[in-house]
Ligand binder design. Structure first.
Ligand code: NAP
Length: 262
């Protein structure tokens, strides 16, 4: 049997990078992706060498591709087909916050389109293409047990009226999880959703003070920030195969934020 291969979109930093390293530790070959840079920083490559050891250069690929662009998505998939010849795991992780937080009464169409294209339209059509490839691989490969995991957010259900487009994009990812879980069940391709809460990454850096204050005031039952490797561990838990009668489930990595409290 060939080595398993994972694609993690948006894995140059933050949560995606932690997932990439977790999967490297599980001996997956990994396709790392980002939009803004044409090569991985040296420290990242050093980390991969530490995990994989000898032959590490054959174990990963970096593919620059903007997932909001049809042509980039096509190239991304073609490159994995060419270099690794298979794909066992898709992690839809790439995402952005709105360039500017703005009251929905003042919402801008440009920001709405940009956020929805990257956070929802890109993953939706990437999933369509990869799901079809997975269905074909099911026919061709023995012991092939693929998964699709979507990284949504507590913003799928929690209202932040100063970044409506982000909330809508993440609510869309939650529906996308249900749709693909339903559609792909007959092919034995489970689809899961991980809903992170307040996780320490570049994305949350600009609002660190605000979240520190909210956490101090008790917004979270577990009174601390979450970390990218805690999201990555949820991926490990899912792909370890210990949830064989589940699909479409949401795993909350949010310190209990989703609980209704009295
Ligand atoms: P981050 O630190 O800002 O990293 C985002 C990653 O996505 C980077 O690798 C970035 O690469 C990539 N990316 C952005 N736009 C892209 C595009 N158009 N095409 C391909 N890659 C793209 O963000 P993060 O905090 O790790 O967030 C990762 C995911 O978790 C996002 O979907 C986010 O919404 C979700 N999330 C985060 C939190 C949190 O508290 N941090 C909470 C809930 C959910 P480039 O810079 O090279 O483009």
């Amino acid at each position: 049997m060939g080595e398993k291969v994972a694609l993690i979109t948006g894995s140059t930093r933050g949560i995606g990078k932690a997932i990439a390293l977790e999967l490297a530790n599980m001996e997956y070959l990994i396709a790392i992706n980002g939009a803004s840079t044409n090569h991985l920083p040296k420290e990242y490559i050093d980390e991969l060498e530490r995990v994989y050891g000898r032959n590490y250069k054959k174990k990963f690929l970096y593919i620059q591709a903007d997932i909001s662009q049809k042509i980039d998505r096509k190239n991304l998939v073609e490159r994995i087909k060419k270099e690794f010849k298979r794909l066992d795991l898709l992690i839809n992780n790439a995402g952005i916050s709105p360039p500017e937080r703005r009251d929905i009464l003042e919402a801008s169409e440009e920001s709405f389109e940009e956020v929805l294209k990257i956070n929802l339209q890109g993953p939706y059509f990437l999933t369509r293409d990869i799901a079809n490839w997975m269905i074909n691989q099911k026919k061709e490969l023995k012991n092939y047990n693929p998964y699709i995991i979507n990284i949504s957010s507590v913003s799928s259900f929690a209202s932040s009226p100063n970044r409506g487009e982000y909330c809508i994009s993440k609510a869309g990812i939650s529906m996308m999880t249900k749709l693909y879980a339903d559609r792909l069940a007959e092919f034995k391709i489970p689809v899961f959703e991980i809903q992170p809460g307040i996780i320490e990454t570049d994305m949350t850096l600009p609002v660190k003070g605000k979240y520190d204050e909210l956490i101090n005031q008790g917004i979270l039952p577990i009174k601390r920030w979450g970390f990218p490797d805690e999201v990555a561990k949820a991926v490990r838990a899912i792909v370890s195969g210990l949830l064989p009668y589940s699909t479409g489930d949401i795993i909350h990595i949010d310190g209990g934020f989703h609980l209704k409290r009295l």
